[in-house]
Design a protein around this ligand. Sequence first.
Ligand SMILES: *[C@@H]1O[C@H](CO)[C@@H](O)[C@H](O)[C@H]1NC(C)=O
Ligand SMILES: *[C@@H]1O[C@H](CO)[C@@H](O)[C@H](O)[C@H]1NC(C)=O
Ligand SMILES: *[C@@H]1O[C@H](CO)[C@@H](O)[C@H](O)[C@H]1NC(C)=O
Ligand SMILES: *[C@@H]1O[C@H](CO)[C@@H](O)[C@H](O)[C@H]1NC(C)=O
Ligand SMILES: *[C@@H]1O[C@H](CO)[C@@H](O)[C@H](O)[C@H]1NC(C)=O
Ligand SMILES: *[C@@H]1O[C@H](CO)[C@@H](O)[C@H](O)[C@H]1NC(C)=O
Ligand SMILES: *[C@@H]1O[C@H](CO)[C@@H](O)[C@H](O)[C@H]1NC(C)=O
Length: 769
Amino acid sequence: MESKTIHLILLFIFISPQFHSSYAQTWIRAGYWYASGESPIPDINSALFTHLICGFANVSSSSYQLIIPSADQQYYSSFTEIVKRKNPSIITLLSIWNGQASTAQGILGEKVNSSVLSSMLNQSSSRSSFIESSIQIARRYGFWGIDLFWLWPNTEADMINLGKLLDEWRAAVDSEPRNSSLSKLMLTMAVKYVPSFGSMTYPIESMKKNLDFAHVVAYDYHLPLKENVTGAHAALYNPTSHVNTDYGIRQWLNNSFPASKLVMGLPYHGYAWTLANPNDNGIGAPAAGVAVTQDGSMSYKYIKWYTRSYEAKIMYNASYVVNYCIIGLNWIGFDDVEAIRAKIAYAKEKKLLGYNVFVVTNDDNWALSWAAQDEENAHGKKRRLLLIIFLPITMIIILIASVVCYLQRKLLKTKGKIILRKLYRSESAFTSGSPSLQEFSFSTIKAATNTFSSENLLGEGGFGPVYKGKLRNGQEIAVKRLSKTSTQGLEEFRNEVTLTARLEHVNLVRVLGFCSKKEEKMLIYEYMPNKSLDFYLFDPSTKHFLDWTKRVHVIEGVTQGLLYLQEYSNLTIIHRDLKASNILLDHEMNAKISDFGMAKLFKKDEVEGNTGRIVGTYGYVPPEYVNKGIYSMKYDVYSFGVLLLQMISGRRSTSFYGPNRSLHLLEYAYESWREDKGVEFIDPALDDSSSSCKLLRCLQVALLCVQENPDDRPTMLEVYSMLKSDTEVIPIPTKTAFSGKRDEHMASTSTSQQAVSVNDAQISELLPR
Ligand SMILES: *[C@@H]1O[C@H](CO)[C@@H](O)[C@H](O)[C@H]1NC(C)=O
Ligand SMILES: *[C@@H]1O[C@H](CO)[C@@H](O)[C@H](O)[C@H]1NC(C)=O
Ligand SMILES: *[C@@H]1O[C@H](CO)[C@@H](O)[C@H](O)[C@H]1NC(C)=O
Ligand SMILES: *[C@@H]1O[C@H](CO)[C@@H](O)[C@H](O)[C@H]1NC(C)=O
Ligand SMILES: *[C@@H]1O[C@H](CO)[C@@H](O)[C@H](O)[C@H]1NC(C)=O
Ligand SMILES: *[C@@H]1O[C@H](CO)[C@@H](O)[C@H](O)[C@H]1NC(C)=O
Ligand SMILES: *[C@@H]1O[C@H](CO)[C@@H](O)[C@H](O)[C@H]1NC(C)=O
């Protein structure tokens, strides 16, 4: 009861608007957005931030005025307006940098002796030209502040001149003739993790006076391009060196820079090294250069997708405050939820002003930003609780809180139900004619699954566990239970309910109904006694159950299921997660496609769609989706091709094959086929002599399905006819997707302002998303 009461107080305080807003004002949640069409502005969840910094304007080397690259003007001019939609009180800033090339050099630790900023600072006339144009342009595009992102000043003169610039900039901003409706522009600046380096020290006095805040670039300390040992690139602590955020922050504070003007940088990216020795794989292990991308940089979003696909275990090292994972020889160091939380706790403890993310669009479903906010609230709550305890009106609050809480809960409860019902009802309008979904009561399902006992656990699905159950009438069912913490799962759950209610085909798993009670959400399926395809394909002890004739039957079933989804149902559906574990087998070994959580509904005339969210499973996802988020019916054709390759070879797509184990499944299949060694690829235990469907023919069809260019891939109708006929001439496949240097194309998913060389063309590829 005691703890419940405290909980109620907390809840009340948390939902109380005054408390919340006064609190939010003092703590800065800032983030960079890098102007480009690759990460659409409307996708930014600006409600999670107080400040958004739009980058980057550069400076003319002749006039020292600001230049907004013409291709980016469209983004700058709409930025503030768009991000305000989700958060009317957001403050936007325009960031100025030293030009791409110089910034990249600066990060790599090279001196930039030709810096435009450097020469701008030198003359009072060029400084004022810079200052004037910066104010004008910030106003013209509707920004509320200006940020200087200079990585890094590199002479003592730079530092002295920087001090002068800030004095003049502040004076100009303060005296700007402006409408009374406009507030003064903010001035902020990115700084190195330490205030002094080499013989230089930042102009701290001037910064204190003139800046609204300075944010520490607390990452990119170690880069795989520069160091051949794995490194915690954003280490909060480092027991063996001073290159860490804690050391830097303490230096700033000790140099009398106020904590109330200091903001901590958080990286939403990491770096991948190639380990020299897979058994020596901690922090500081010997490495042999970059991995995965051209410069080793990977966005958090990409890292999460990558680790999920390989089912890699993510480690956390609390003595450095860093997460890392090992996949084969790849060592990836980054900040996951634990590291971010620890850093927020640190920033709170040091009474810093807040945090600043680089870059916001690298988050994975906003997981890091949510974690940061959550940690921040946890700290806020403690403080508020202390306050409350001494207030005489505690009792009244408790009373109000419990009433509010009760009402709130009641509301939530009905709301949850209404949403689901409504959704289900509106959907059933479409499904007239098809059997509608049944709503099961929680007690029915609880009894059927023996209270979700572990003996009844069939497996762990994408968004929660799956249980076997038996209804009182004897019917066997499979129950997919949404894990309570999964918000992503809720979306997928809804998706699955809406879509599957509309689909009916012998080769699709049938959904019998759903169960929804408070936060419990469950989907009830028909039970498939023979498990899923992956159970047979890759296990030497079970693969003989599935001889070639049975496999041909499964292939036919999957083909039919896809044909229905793409051609014959009254909707067009892209499944987007077709893989062996999603092909279930009934008691007659008929294939049934399952799991429509990721599926997308298409209008009949739509050719392709676009999404910012990367879903799917590594190895089954086509390149156009990985690179650009584009999906079309050819997405499933691609996954079907991969599945076909697995069925004829019994090989996984997460391993490497061929001489030196250097080829992934698709490359190995293609190389074998091209060198007329297709039989080496095929599982020798499979015998196609009595089947009209020949293994080598399947190999060729599969290779057509996994071609790089989606337009080159056949439609499912074409696939069907090629597999059916043994005389139809099959085209010659071109090189498969993802071939050549592994993951090279993925360099463009990289993250920080990193560059391989100072070649401009290449750098633009590597800019953050
Ligand atoms: C300014 O930025 C644009 C595009 O980002 C780039 O093409 C140009 O080279 C930059 N100019 C300087 C001086 O760095
Ligand atoms: C940069 O410095 C190096 C060596 O000090 C010099 O050779 C080079 O010309 C300088 N580059 C520019 C653009 O000033
Ligand atoms: C900056 O000014 C100093 C002194 O006036 C001068 O010696 C130096 O050459 C100038 N540097 C540049 C890059 O203009
Ligand atoms: C001030 O704002 C009003 C309307 O918002 C506008 O008409 C006027 O031109 C503005 N004045 C200046 C000096 O910007
Ligand atoms: C902090 O600064 C003082 C002088 O200002 C210096 O004596 C002391 O060593 C510094 N402490 C650290 C931890 O750098
Ligand atoms: C963190 O990593 C270092 C270096 O690999 C290792 O010595 C240390 O034991 C690790 N600490 C924790 C808590 O995992
Ligand atoms: C790291 O090792 C690789 C391979 O041994 C080598 O090509 C690269 O030059 C090395 N990089 C550094 C910074 O030493």
